[in-house]
Design a protein around this ligand. Structure first.
Ligand SMILES: NC(=O)c1ccc[n+]([C@@H]2O[C@H](COP(=O)([O-])OP(=O)(O)OC[C@H]3O[C@@H](n4cnc5c(N)ncnc54)[C@H](O)[C@@H]3O)[C@@H](O)[C@H]2O)c1
Length: 454
């Protein structure tokens, strides 16, 4: 219930799909005293109605708007903060309109998918008094925070190189080849959509600015010609695969998927469960990227979206020693067919063994293991911490986890430059190529939204 004396900040959500749930739940739960949802903006009425049902018990009835009416929504509903959880290619338009209206923005990664979007957001952010937070939730995972602490403390000296490998398995990785993400025009490919997280982590871990990018990659496993294709003819939709097919997906078996997507198909024709081997995939499933940083440090990065296990390994070499972080999110997947896949993709969908290990080894010393605090909830408790930070502010965070628009531009720019390098076969210079020219001199200076939450 909203009263005339209500002092809570008024929030709207652009994109009431899957990711919006985390923010809506936060506004109904721990942060209900400071934030209230007043409007939804989406192309699909059914998905907005799904969220109506969620907030009804709290006496709330957010008003629905089509994206064409976004600016009207912001003024009519006196929106203080806009949460952007729409597909990646829509972010630039939505973010720039909100900033122009003086409305604070909480934007999901990636900030945008191409050079035009980078330039538009950079100029809108410079001209606006409104604040923008990029929700890089991986920064808040205790294991990633622990690595940042080790590097910031100078334990391994000045960082000179990073070797970073990210593995998405044939459940999680495969899902990008079913949805809008499979079309590069919508996601920028995994170099932007997924790796923006990883490029941000490195920018933040080593507190540096990426400048040059050289990339190789391709579509090797998924798609109509992919090596993973089991052979024979397949239905264009994952729901129609044979029982036991590990790439099948039965959305009817998962409440959220059924209500958000299956029952919403008639409203806009969006099919969330295209077969991963159906034609039309324009993104890579395998990437190798070499990034050069302003300090002279370099990174070799690899992304595999068809790995038998899920996790990542990062090795950081410094002038005094080396840090290694090894994370297993899921040691294996059991290919037991459609309902299993829906379960694995659900909010708590983890199987197999998981674990993380951070070690530091200084020259002439034995390696020591650094304890990683364990929190509860998604991403080792990271999502809870991030939500507290964005809704309430956590004051002066020595880890500088809250990310602003410059951080968003810098991580997306590495992805955009990766795509440019993939298409030209040559290295791409981030600023020289006109991809984005951020005048803020260092990552520290980009902390435009550091004080308090939204
Ligand atoms: N940080 C993370 O770990 C994480 C996880 C998942 C998703 N995300 C990000 O969240 C965003 C949404 O992803 P998702 O998985 O929820 O996608 P989704 O497909 O589940 O939902 C997207 C919603 O946006 C709506 N939409 C389409 N065009 C729109 C427009 N122009 N204006 C407003 N709404 C529009 C769709 O109808 C849909 O309801 C993406 O940018 C994604 O990268 C981040």
């Amino acid at each position: 219930m909203i009263t005339s004396t209500d002092r809570r900040r008024r929030y709207a959500v652009a994109g009431t799909g899957s990711r919006a749930a985390m923010y809506v739940d936060a506004m109904l739960g721990e942060h209900a005293d400071v934030a209230v949802p007043v409007a939804w903006c989406d192309t699909n009425e059914v998905r907005m109605a799904y969220y109506d049902a969620k907030v009804r018990a709290a006496g709330l009835a957010p008003v629905h708007y089509h994206p064409d009416d976004l600016s009207r929504m912001l003024s009519e509903q006196q929106v203080d903060v806009l949460i952007v959880t729409s597909p990646d290619h829509t972010h630039a338009e939505i973010v720039t309109r909100a900033l122009a209206a003086g409305v604070d923005v909480i934007c999901e990664k990636p900030l945008t998918i191409d050079a035009a979007g980078l330039r538009a957001i950079e100029s809108a952010a410079r001209e606006s008094s409104a604040r923008l937070i990029l929700t890089f939730n991986y920064r808040y995972s205790p294991r990633n925070s622990a690595l940042r602490e080790v590097i910031a403390a100078g334990t391994i000296g000045r960082v000179v190189s990073v070797h970073f490998e990210w593995m998405l398995d044939t459940v999680h990785g495969a899902d990008y080849f079913r949805r809008w993400h499979r079309d590069k025009r919508h996601s920028g490919g995994l170099a932007v959509h997924k790796a923006a997280h990883h490029f941000d982590l490195v920018n933040w871990w080593i507190d540096d600015v990426p400048e040059t990018v050289h990339a190789l990659g391709g579509l090797h496993f998924y798609g109509a010609e992919g090596a993973g294709h089991p052979g024979g003819s397949r239905s264009p939709l994952a729901r129609d695969t044979q029982p036991g097919d590990p790439y099948g997906l039965d959305m009817a078996e998962d409440d959220k998927m059924r209500e958000l997507f299956l029952t919403a198909e008639h409203a806009d024709g969006y099919l969330r469960d295209r077969d991963v081997f159906a034609p039309g995939v324009s993104i890579e499933d395998t990437l190798s990227v070499l990034v050069g940083y302003r300090s002279g440090a370099s990174m070799t990065y690899s992304l595999t979206a068809h790995s038998p296990l899920e996790g990542y390994r990062v090795n950081v070499n410094g002038t005094r020693g080396r840090a290694e972080l090894e994370v297993v999110e899921r040691s294996h997947t059991a290919g037991t067919g459609r309902s299993q896949t829906a379960k694995l993709l659900g909010p708590n969908g983890k199987s197999g063994q998981a674990g993380a290990r951070l070690t530091v080894q200084k020259h002439w010393e034995v390696a020591t293991e650094i304890p990683i605090p364990v929190g509860s909830g998604a991403h080792g408790g990271g999502d809870i911490l991030m939500l507290r930070d964005i809704f309430r502010g956590t004051g002066d965070d020595p880890l500088r986890r809250q990310a602003g628009y410059v951080d968003g531009l810098r991580s997306a720019a590495v992805g955009v430059a990766t795509n440019q390098s993939l298409s030209t076969g040559s290295p791409a210079r981030i600023a020289a190529a006109g991809l984005v020219e951020v005048s803020v001199p260092s990552a520290r200076g980009s902390h435009v939204v550091a004080e308090g939450g939204l």
